[in-house]
Design a protein around this ligand. Structure first.
Ligand SMILES: Cc1ncc(COP(=O)(O)O)c(C=O)c1O
Length: 605
């Protein structure tokens, strides 16, 4: 499994490139004797809050200024790269960032009586919320030039938005349009996101970093996988109970495929359901002790659609600072006011509720049952108490908790011994433990009726393919029938925690439930570490800014019941060895000003 370790340390040309990048950005360090860390640190302060898709610590350090310079330059032609899977720009959209959009209104959807229903809507809560997480607002677009009209012939625009010299001029307002010889960027190249992606791409190439994203698995991504011809241990796929490879869900899916075909061929409301939908939803409702459940074709779309349907102008959405992008996107689209509270800080949540509850019609609190970046749990009983005290609704996203959390994997309610019927809205995905694709909501019969008739992702989108509904239902049944899977996953989690700490690695907030971080700090360090580990036969993805706060980059290990303790030992041993080597070479110091070396106890500074 282990292979020759790649050359250690930053090559001199990489250091030179970093300094040159600082110099090009017009930073003092580029021209003077300042150490690179200090010079690049100044650029870090310039990170724009309107750059949610800038990933990597190259971004915090050197990219913002490069990006703003590039905004006024013409970018070179972009040639599609056939090997993009291996050499993609080392940038990923934030899983937590979202932009705001149009508002909607909704009324008392949950079947719970609410005294606030008749209360007047407060003007302060109205309209688009300027998200602290940023994004391109219409004003930003206006600043970079004319853009296509919001409606019109999308097929036409699709080609033209490819940009580049071969693209024709964009349709739309002609006054002020650049002449054909104008050297300003065109099409998609005008967008800040594009320009930042390009800047990151250049910076990462200058640093000699390969992209850690879009790696190509040649077969099933299980505890082992084959990536680019190389066998490796795989910790980057969330098949928590090892059911993706199990023949039984596949057999159930195969039978559904034969019976119903590949697609549901339309929205449930218009084109009708299949028995596979009904069976899955009944099983999910039983699981959560709720009256009903509803499936959607995508987990992400479930959150977007659900939240935007329930909440609207005059309402307030309060979400944990670490919730997934699908939640913040749904909140932004709803038109409700939205606030986030510090991760798992119920005192902070209570303060907001105390001040803001009287000003809003409906209030929705949204948390996750197992946090997908940190691997920790919310205080469900505490949240229920606040929900009751302030007459709010509580929604729990169980995407990662179903399977890993609770003695038999039933989720966060089982962990705390709470009646699942006490939670207003359960949301989850079929794509993790249930080895399929899609999302679901479970709750009161009236909530589900409302969503089935009003949620755009249900009404205006094709139904979950019956083949996936059948496979997911079989996986859910197996979770209950074979409790050893949950026990083994949890034993693997406990083993990981103990081993990581023994090696001086910092597992952050990870509590041993399937998602386990190894905190690294600097984003470039995390990316380089992931690259080194792949070269030695371990596939684990880095999570970098802005997916996590700056300075909190990590490797994120997804564990499975299929992993063996010896495989975890091997991966962590290599991780500790490579991380120490990279830190000895000063990589952490170069990009963050200080090397976040773990203490003997494994705590990060
Ligand atoms: C907490 C959470 N909710 C929702 C989603 C979206 O689910 P899906 O990937 O199945 O669309 C994810 C995705 O990872 C997630 O982590």
């Amino acid at each position: 499994m282990s292979q020759t370790r790649p050359r250690r340390g930053l090559a001199p040309d990489v250091k030179t490139a970093a300094l040159a990048a600082a110099r090009r950005a017009g930073l003092p360090g580029g021209a003077s004797v300042q150490p690179p860390g200090a010079a690049l640190g100044q650029a870090q302060k310039q990170v724009s809050k309107q750059a949610p898709s800038v990933a990597t610590s190259v971004a915090p350090n050197v990219v913002p200024d490069l990006a703003s310079r590039l905004a006024s330059e013409r970018l070179p032609p972009q040639t599609p790269d056939p090997s993009v899977a291996q050499r993609q720009t080392f940038s990923a959209p934030s899983s937590r960032a979202a932009d705001a959009g149009a508002g909607q209104t909704a009324r008392s959807p949950l079947g719970r009586a609410s005294a606030e229903e008749e209360a007047p809507v407060d003007g302060s809560a109205r309209g688009r919320i300027s998200g602290a997480e940023g994004g391109l607002a219409p004003a930003d677009l206006a600043a970079v030039g004319p853009v296509p009209a919001a409606s019109g012939d999308l097929s036409d625009r699709g080609t033209r938005l490819g940009g580049g010299p071969s693209s024709g001029p964009i349709s739309g307002p002609t006054s002020g349009c650049p002449a054909a010889s104008d050297s300003r960027p065109r099409g998609v190249h005008r967008l800040e996101d594009w320009q930042q992606m390009q800047a990151i791409d250049r910076a990462t190439r200058a640093l000699g970093l390969a992209s850690p994203y879009f790696r190509l698995h040649e077969g099933r991504a299980e505890a082992r996988s084959r990536i680019a011809g190389q066998e490796c241990l795989n910790f980057a796929s969330y098949d928590y109970l090892g059911l993706n490879a199990d023949p039984r869900p596949r057999a159930a899916a195969g039978a559904a495929l034969e019976r119903y075909g590949l697609s549901a061929s339309g929205s449930r409301m218009v084109s009708g359901s299949r028995p596979a939908h009904v069976a899955l939803e009944a099983a999910l409702a039983r699981h959560y002790g709720c009256e009903a459940a509803l499936s959607f074709v995508s987990g992400h779309a479930t959150n977007v659609s659900l939240i935007a349907t329930l909440m609207g102008e005059g309402d307030l959405i309060l979400s944990d600072a670490y919730v997934h992008n699908s939640i913040t996107t749904g909140a932004a689209l709803s038109g409700a006011a939205r606030r986030s509270f510090a991760h798992n800080d119920l005192a902070a949540l209570a303060r907001i509720l105390e001040n803001a509850r009287p000003l809003h019609r409906h209030v929705l609190i949204v948390v996750e049952g197992l946090y997908s970046m940190d691997g920790d749990l919310p205080d469900l009983p505490g949240l229920l108490a606040l929900r009751d005290r302030y007459d709010a609704w509580l929604m729990v996203d169980e995407a990662h908790a179903l399977g890993p959390v609770g003695a038999t994997g039933r989720g966060i309610f089982e962990h705390f011994g709470v009646d699942p019927g006490a939670v207003d809205i359960w949301m989850g995905t079929l794509s993790k433990t249930l080895a399929a694709t899609g999302g679901y909501v479970a709750g009161s019969g009236d909530l589900i009726r409302l969503l089935a008739h009003r949620a755009p992702g249900h009404v205006f989108s094709v139904a979950l393919p019956p083949v996936l509904a059948a496979g997911a239902a079989a996986a859910l049944a197996l979770m209950a029938e074979e409790p050893w899977r949950v026990k083994k996953l949890q034993a693997n989690g406990a083993h990981f925690l103990a081993r990581a700490r023994a090696l001086g690695l910092d597992p952050g907030g990870g509590q041993g439930y399937g998602v386990l971080p190894v905190m690294v700090g600097d984003s470039v360090l995390a990316a380089r570490l992931s690259e080194r580990l792949l070269a030695r036969g371990v596939n684990v993805a880095p999570v970098t800014f802005p997916g996590v706060p700056m300075g909190a980059a990590r490797l994120r290990f997804f564990l499975s019941a299929d992993h063996e303790p010896a495989q975890i030992d091997e991966a962590l041993g290599l991780c500790a060895e490579e991380l120490a080597a990279l830190r000895d070479d000063g990589l952490g110091r170069l990009f963050s000003g200080a090397a976040p070396r773990p203490t003997a106890s494994g705590d990060s500074p």
